[in-house]
Design a protein around this ligand. Sequence first.
Ligand SMILES: *Cc1c(COP(=O)(O)O)cnc(C)c1O
Length: 401
Amino acid sequence: MLVYPDAKTVAQALTPEEPVILNRPHAARRAARFFVEKFPGKVLYAVKANPAPDLIQVLWESGITHYDVASIAEVRLVRGILPDANLCFMHPIKTRSAIKEAYFQHGVVTFSLDSMEELDKIVEACRDPETGEEAQDLRLCVRIRVSSEYSELSLASKFGCDLLEAPELLQKARQHCDWLGVCFHVGSQAMTPFAFVQAIDRTRAAIAQASVVIDMIDIGGGFPSVYPEMEPPPLEDYFAIIHHHYEALPIAYNAELWCEPGRALAAEYSSMIVKVEKRRGSELYINDGAYGALYDAAHVSWRFPVNALEDDLRDPIEDFAFYGPTCDDADYMAGPFALPGDIQAGDYIEIGMLGAYGAAMKTGFNGFGDAQCVIVSDEPMMSLFDGSRQPTASDNVISLR
Ligand SMILES: *Cc1c(COP(=O)(O)O)cnc(C)c1O
């Protein structure tokens, strides 16, 4: 497959009328190796961040063996690409038919739950259809609700049983499996490792009260990537602090520690070339937006790095806002995005860090959604894994103990 050196070469070679997704397999490989080598436990890829088959293949080749899937479509997708991967169905509300198909046809035995109803549903759906016997190989994870206060995007209000319900649910689940885990999610883009400390402390209380054997703690996703004005501490600091607090939990001596990064593994994989269709003062009308890969830029004012791809722009940098291509006023990205002051219609812009919750969000609304994908070999516009960031370890770790 043709590999281009960078975005500028792609824009010059293709003069594309539609957005172009630029993929960097080397960046995804580097992120996966980092997690596999440095996280003190097992690393699952949360497929929803970016389900691109090429990315899933790269992660597998880089040592990611477990995948957090949330729908039967994700189960089928990953199973179709990776016959030997370990799939974990971590959405706490599943349909009976999805559980059945996952268990009987795709070899899924790990399921999360946050209620008695879901526990009953899983146990019933996985019974042997002939003998009526309960499944003997289920691995169940009880999801506990934790705070999202240290994260940029909350995952706190929707899922997870509260601390009062957790002990009884853990005891009930234990009666149906030989392997029981606790999981949680601190919210996406957790800007401090303290988010995980607080969540681990909540699980300690639930585990102590339930007094059942716990075989696994899954600390979920939430590991940050790097964006303009969102520069997190080094991931090594997160790993050190998490490991320290994990070790103090009252769990089985051979218990496992899991994590489920989506964003941190995928963010650096993709950027996108867009074309300026029109300029109105400091507003640029571009050909991707709120219904495309810029969903978060529109809906939660996420900042992404931008770079003009023309050689003839001379004016100083100014702040711009973007309008997307659809007819909806809400198709608007406030930014601000810093670009040369003489940028104009017909120019191309590269928008970076769209590998997680970017490329995956594209819809065909209003007839806009086409994009071709190409591979480029240059560095992502920002990176947590290029060696430029060193662990600040000691002070951070000690101050949070
Ligand atoms: C979305 C999600 C993840 C991934 O979260 P990131 O913030 O992208 O790391 C992991 N686990 C579960 C259960 C999720 O819903």
